[in-house]
Design a protein around this ligand. Structure first.
Ligand code: NAP
Length: 277
């Protein structure tokens, strides 16, 4: 059965992947609720666009934004949980507040918006949810311990949620982009641990320089990712996971092989814990 993804609700829509998805959905003739921490930062003007204030860490604002969306367009067919940032740098050089803020946005913020939207989709008995994870939700890297932890949380949440929602005709897709050319690695988006520890000085400098060298040179095109999201939204059977970009395909493939290799190497010992009750 075909699905008409006509009414979109997108978080973090002022810049990057979110902004490109807004443009692509409007260009395809859809209605779009574009939300941002400051709605004035959404400068597009279109009869089919509703720009709303939404800091995803604010649960009440998420509820209000969804009410406004339904009041304007009547339905929400596609939710794109895109808002997020990278708390990068080494774990010990990050503070407890850094970790809490990372989860408040990337995990609990995503929960707030999803919790607000799902009653609408359940009533419709139809919907598509795209949760922006990352290749960082598939494999951990040094300098990404907190960011990876937040995206691994998104993966586990989404995998469970997808099964809870399937009976209602709501499909959840975890989107795992590789490196995309947005502001993600820019000082206005990413945050880097600021609690310097001498033992980590060399490692930290190397990681920071690596991110800096890749800033705005990433191979992935966010406009093309937006076009793919439109295609997936209209697909009758969208995937649970979607790796975006050749780098992502390679990394996910390598992770699967590494998991299988380690599982098999230790399998004989693993099974010795089965009870003999
Ligand atoms: N680019 C990549 O390489 C890449 C790779 C894998 C995954 N991702 C994921 O893709 C998503 C989009 O990232 P991007 O690459 O488009 O980065 P971006 O250019 O930095 O854009 C991120 C957007 O998220 C918004 N945001 C951050 N915190 C927010 C909050 N509390 N409430 C509402 N909006 C918030 C920002 O809002 P402001 O404009 O107000 O700052 C900004 O518009 C993120 O979830 C990111 O983790 C990106």
């Amino acid at each position: 059965m075909s699905f008409q993804p006509h009414n979109w609700f997108i978080t973090g829509a002022a810049r990057g992947i979110g902004a490109h998805t807004v443009q692509a959905a409007l260009a395809a003739g859809h209605n779009v609720v574009a939300t941002a921490r400051k709605r004035d930062s959404i400068t597009l003007a279109d009869d089919r666009l509703l720009a709303l204030d939404l800091d995803v860490t604010d649960a009440a604002q998420a509820q209000a934004a969804v009410q406004a969306a339904v009041a304007r367009f009547g339905r929400i067919d596609v939710l794109v949980n895109n808002a997020g940032y990278g708390q990068l740098g080494l774990f010990e050089e990050s503070t407890a507040a850094d970790a809490e803020q990372q989860f408040a946005t990337n995990v609990f913020g995503l929960f707030h918006v999803t919790r607000a939207v799902l009653p609408v989709m359940r009533q419709q008995r139809a919907g598509r949810v795209f949760n922006l994870s990352s290749i960082a939700g598939m494999r951990g890297i040094p300098g990404g311990s907190l960011y990876c932890a937040s995206k691994f949380a998104v993966e586990g949440f989404s995998e469970g949620l997808a099964q809870e929602l399937a009976p209602f005709g709501i499909r959840v897709t975890i989107v795992e982009p590789g490196a995309f050319r947005t502001d993600f690695l820019d000082g206005q988006s990413m945050r880097f641990g600021s609690q310097a520890i001498a033992d980590y000085a060399a490692q930290s400098a190397q990681i920071s320089a690596g991110f800096g060298a890749r800033n705005h040179l990433q191979p992935g095109d966010p406009a093309r990712l937006a076009a793919v999201l439109l295609q997936l939204a209209a697909h009758p059977a969208p995937p649970l996971r979607f790796a975006a970009g050749s780098d992502a395909v390679g990394i996910v493939g390598a992770k699967i092989e590494a998991l299988r290799g380690e599982l098999e190497a230790w399998q004989a010992l693993s099974v010795t814990t089965d009870g003999a009750f």
